[in-house]
Design a protein around this ligand. Structure first.
Ligand code: FE2
Length: 165
């Protein structure tokens, strides 16, 4: 094994361990129980991937919490759709990076296929129907916001007219 190969494998191992923390943190954060269950399963698979890379590197890598903090934050601020799209993109990117490792490390092929499937799985969560109750709440929030904005605009315009007199 070359130094560069070892470095790439260690980076892959790091990514897998980080993903375990990320998916578990997301499972603790998301409101949809089905999403949470999916993320727990993905976390377990990423853990298995980590152990495959460990067999190659024979080095212990410490997981980093960055994504486990960032993604739940994005979920809260930007919402489910954008966050899940980002996660799916991350999985597809990982699959592409792993392609280069497969010739020298054939076990990576099944991991690559898993990452591709993970991307599809996370994307598929978005295709699921959003409960009617949630849609109504969202519509009320949006309407209230628009009314408040219209009120502000109206107040500003009428105030301006008054002060001109
Ligand atoms: Fe993985």
């Amino acid at each position: 094994m070359t130094r560069k190969q070892l470095k790439n494998l260690r980076r892959a191992q790091q990514g897998e361990l980080d993903a375990v923390l990320m998916y578990n943190a997301l499972a603790d954060t998301v409101t949809d129980p089905a999403d949470a269950e999916t993320f727990r399963k993905l976390a377990a698979e990423e853990g298995r991937h980590g152990s495959v890379f460990f067999r190659y590197t024979e080095q212990i890598v410490k997981p980093r919490r960055t994504k486990a903090v960032l993604l739940p934050f994005l979920y809260r601020v930007l919402g489910r759709k954008i966050t899940y799209r980002l996660i799916a993109k991350g999985e597809y990117d990982a699959a592409r990076v792993y392609e280069h490792l497969i010739p020298a490390f054939p076990e990576v092929e099944s991991i690559r296929a898993d990452e591709q499937r993970h991307g599809d799985t996370v994307k598929a969560l978005l295709a699921r129907h959003v409960p009617v109750k949630k849609r109504i709440v969202r519509a009320i929030i949006l309407t209230t916001g628009l009314l408040a904005l219209a009120g502000c605009v109206y107040f500003t315009l009428s105030h301006r007219r008054h002060s001109r007199r």
